[in-house]
Design a protein. Structure first.
Ligand SMILES: [Zn+2]
Ligand SMILES: [Zn+2]
Length: 196
């Protein structure tokens, strides 16, 4: 039996009407309590940059006998890592996304980056200073901080991020090696720590 277009339309409407109540019935009578924490990314406001400078000065006096040169400090909206220190700019960047998830870690991150002013790598000297002043060596991870990539590399010199799907070996920053200088300072580091 041939079905006209009009009949098809009517049938579609009938099916649709039948489908709806089934959907309603499959819902649990008692609502399941959502355990997912609310998205606080727009609720949490981070301290102003002036506060970061005050903390810097306090930590400098408290832990470094006031001997660290004052670095420029700013927030980064783009960065997914906790923080970074860029020697060539003498600049500390604090990741906003990271600290909206872990707001209690700002002072910790700042201390970590301050150590980088005198110690670029996470070597044993770095670790001993970190232990002395109560700074973490590694940052925490959170699903929302992993972008659409497996590995996040960063240039320790300029702070540029290189998100990649595969591991990189012996990779250098394209910006810093422009003049063909393959310097160890431009070798990309895997971001699995506070700043990396
Ligand atoms: Zn670079
Ligand atoms: Zn670091």
């Amino acid at each position: 039996m041939a079905i006209s277009k009009k009949q098809m339309k009517t049938l579609a409407e009938v099916n649709f009407d039948l489908f709806q109540p089934v959907m309603v019935q499959t819902r649990p009578i008692m609502p399941i309590r959502e355990e997912t924490p609310p998205d606080q990314s727009n609720i949490i406001s981070l301290p102003p940059v002036s506060w970061l400078y005050r903390m810097f000065d306090e930590f400098n006096q408290q832990f470094f006998e006031g001997r660290l040169p004052r670095a420029k400090i700013s927030y980064s909206d783009r960065m997914l890592i906790a923080g970074s220190f860029t020697p060539v700019k003498n600049e500390i960047k604090i990741g906003r996304k990271y600290h909206r998830i872990f707001p209690d870690e700002i002072a910790d991150t700042l201390k970590h980056e301050m150590i980088h002013i005198i110690n670029p790598n996470h070597d044993s000297r770095f670790k001993s200073i970190a232990a002395r002043i109560g700074a973490s060596v590694r940052a925490r991870s959170h699903p929302s901080l992993r972008g659409n990539y497996k590995y996040l590399y960063i240039c320790p010199h300029c702070g540029r991020e290189y998100p990649r799907q595969k591991r990189l070996r012996m990779a250098y920053c394209g910006i810093c090696t422009k003049n063909g200088q393959y310097d160890a300072r431009f070798k990309l580091r895997l971001s699995n720590s506070k700043e990396d």
